[in-house]
Design a protein around this ligand. Sequence first.
Ligand code: GLU
Length: 495
Amino acid sequence: MFNFFKPKIRTRFAPSPTGFVHLGSLRSALYEYLFAKSQGGTFFLRIEDTDQTREVEGSVENLLKVLEWAGIKPDEGVVIGADGKPTELGKFGPYTQSKRLPLYQKYAEELVAKGLAYYCFCTSERLEELRHTQEANKLPTRYDGQCKNLSATEVAQRLAAGEKHVIRMKIPDNRVIEFNDMIRGTVKVHTKEIDDQVILKADGFPTYHLAAVVDDHLMKSTHIIRAEEWLPSTPKHILLYEYFGWAAPVYAHLPLILNPDKSKLSKRQGDVAVEDYIKAGYLPEALVNYVALLGWNPGTEKEIFSMEELVKEFSFSKVHKAGAVFDIKKLDWMNGEYLKKLPNTKFVQLAQPYLEQNVGVIPEGLDLEKIMILEKDRVAKLSEMGEGIKFLFTDDLSYAGTSLIWKKSDGAGAKTTLSLVAEELGKYSDWSKANLEKSLIEFIKERGLTNGEVLWPLRVALTGQEKSPTPFEVAEILGKEKTLDRINTAIEKLA
Ligand code: GLU
C-alpha cells in the first residue's frame, strides 16, 4: 500500500506594521485564507517588523481589526486575545520577527561559516559613491564585492575592533535560478541579475529576505502567496533555502492591482486603505467579494460570492497574471446589491450613524426607520445616507419657482394643479403611501389630468429637487401638515 502523505497546507499573511492596510494586502490575506481553507489547511499571521524605521504605532491592532472586519480570521500566529488585544497563538512562535532576533543572527552566521555569506564593512558613504559611479556609467547598481574575499584574519581583526558591519549572502556567478509559480509557471532568473543581498543589517536586525526564509521554514509554510512586487526577491529566497539545505515552499505571485489608466494602484490616485472603505460604509462581504475578483475569475458569469462560496470555488488555476483593474463603480454596484439584501432592521442599525452624521439634528416626529428604508435601494454605500433626502430634515427648500413647472405645462398650469392637489389631499385621512398613491392616481384620471403635470410639481414642491423618491413616499414621511404647507409655499412661489 502506498501512503500518499501530503504535508498539511500552511499559508501565512506576513504584513509589516507600517500603518494602514492596503487593498492589495487585503487581497493577499484573502487568497492565503481561501487557499488554506479550501485545502483543510492552516492560515497564520506573522508580523514582519524588521524595519523599525517604518513601524507605525498601533498598526498591529489596526491590522487585526481590519482582518476581523473582513472575516479573514487567522488560525494561528498573532491573533486578537480574549481582552481584545493582540496575542500569540500556536507552537511556532514568537510570530513577531522583532522577538526572534537571536535566531536570525544564528542563521546568518551559519551561512558565513559555510562560506555562503560574508561580513561586509563598507560604509554607507562608499556604497553611495559606488552607486553614483555605476549610475553615471549606466551600469546596474550592485554591490561590487569588495568585502567578499577578505581574509579570515582581517575579518577577525575588524570585528574585534568593533567595526560596523553587515552580512551579505554570496550570489553564485553564473547560474540560472529556477522556480515554479502557481500563477506564472516556471520562472528563471540569471544570477547576474542578483545583488549580493544584505541579510543581516548593522543594527543586528535581519533584512526581510533572511527573516522571511528562516520563518517560513521554521513555521512550516507550504505556500507563499504574495504580491507581484516580491517576485524579484524570490530567486534570493530560493538560494537561501538551498544554502540552508531546506526544501523551498510553493510560490504564487499575485497580479498587480491597477488604476483604470493601467498605472499601479497607489495612494495618490484614490483610496487604497481598507480603513477608508470601512469608514465610507462598504460592507465587509461586498469588499471581500469584490477584492476576490481582482485577479481571480470563477470561469462563469457568477459575480456575487459569499465567503463560503469563495472557499469552495477559489483556485489558483483561475488566477491570471495580467494586472487587475480596480473599478470603483463595480465595487459600488456590488456594495449596493449587498445593502439591498440586508434585512431592514440590520440596515437601519448600520445606516443610522451615517444618517445622523450627514444631516445633523434630526427633527422630532420623523420616522427615521422609514426614512432609512427609503434610501436602502438607492445608496451605493452607507456614507451616502441622507445625501439625497436632505429635504426631509429642513423646511428651507431653496429652489426656483420655475423648477415646479413640468416640461409640457406653464406657471399658471402648475399653480392650478397644485391648488387642486392641495384641496384633494386635504380630504385624505389615510396618509399611508399606498393610499396616497392609489387615491391620487384615481383623482388624476377622474379629472382628465396627466401624471406628469400633477406629480412633477408635487414632487418638486415636497423636495425642492428634480430627482428624488416618489411624492407618495415623501408625503408619507412628511405627514399631512408638512405636505400641505410645502404645497402652499410652492403655490406662493408661482404667484
Ligand atoms: N512583509 C512583506 C509585506 O509587507 C511580506 C511579503 C511576503 O509575503 O513575503 O508585504
